[in-house]
Design a protein around this ligand. Structure first.
Ligand code: NAP
Length: 244
């Protein structure tokens, strides 16, 4: 059986391909989002309990190979997958969508290494920031941006209290370009903060930022896991999995 570590559109696409091809597989989700988009097929919901828990899960479920299709910023799960698969000699493939570093206009963005640097850059570059960094990272922005009318967009309610000057918008992509344009006008957005998630689902805000001359602050991806084969195409991952 193949284990697909999921939580992304690519992981759902892979599940659909494996299902269609008759490959035995199971997907897993962290269980953080209140109403997750579910892939086809069986789903394990919730964490495994670190590396040792994952190793037990792989053994008990006779997993022959793992495809780590988690989000590019889900570094903890990716590291655990490398450790568990290396320990037990289980083949591991990383399915990761390309980032935006080669996209049009990317060289004019402010690239930073972490959320603290992103918060400092946003405070320097704009009066009306738009934060699309995920609710788990918002604590880094509260101090530097407490006095700014900041728009926050997240899938689920943040677990921290947001400053009174901030506006919370709960929604989930994909985002249509016209809606993004309207949002930028409504909130007079002059700086967007995001992560180098890549993909098409959340790209439109960057196009609108370019149209309006708004600054973009973007958190770089960390390095890919060493020694693990990486593909960006779910079809390639499905072929790899089918041969395991
Ligand atoms: P993380 O920090 O890398 O992982 C923290 C812990 O959550 C892991 O150690 C594991 O718990 C559990 N976990 C994470 N992904 C899992 C999966 N696919 N299946 C089962 N358990 C999982 O992860 P994160 O950044 O919080 O992301 C959580 C999930 O949301 C991921 O599946 C990711 O693909 C998705 N996601 C993340 C982002 C993002 O920006 N980080 C954006 C969109 C979607 P145990 O140690 O108990 O096994």
């Amino acid at each position: 059986m193949i284990l697909v570590l999921g939580g992304t559109a690519e992981a759902r696409e892979l599940a659909t391909l494996l299902d269609a091809g008759g490959t035995r597989f199971m997907s897993s989700l962290a269980g953080r989002v209140a109403r997750p988009r579910l892939p086809v097929g069986a789903v394990h919901m919730g964490g495994f309990g670190g590396v040792s828990g994952l190793r037990s899960f792989l053994l008990e479920n006779r997993v022959s190979a793992v495809v780590d299709a988690t989000h590019p910023f889900a570094k903890g799960m990716t590291a655990n997958a490398v450790a568990a698969c290396t320990a037990d000699g289980i083949p591991l493939l990383r399915l990761e969508r390309p980032g935006w570093s080669a996209a049009a206009g990317a060289d004019s963005w402010e690239w930073v290494d972490d959320h603290d640097a992103a918060a400092a850059a946003a405070a320097r570059l704009g009066r009306h920031p738009f934060l699309t960094v995920g609710r788990q990272s918002l604590d880094h922005f509260v101090g530097p941006l407490a006095d700014r009318p900041t728009l926050v967009r997240a899938v689920d309610e943040p677990t921290i209290d947001l400053p009174e000057t901030w506006t919370l918008l709960l929604s989930r992509g994909p985002y249509l370009i016209d809606n993004e344009r309207a949002l930028f006008v409504e909130h007079d957005i002059d700086v967007v903060v995001t992560k180098d998630s890549g993909g098409a689902y959340t790209w439109s805000k960057l196009q609108v930022a370019a149209e309006r001359g708004a600054a973009v602050v973007i958190v770089r991806r960390g390095p890919a896991p060493a020694g693990v084969e990486v593909v960006s195409d779910p079809q390639a991952a499905a072929e790899w999995a089918a041969s395991r």
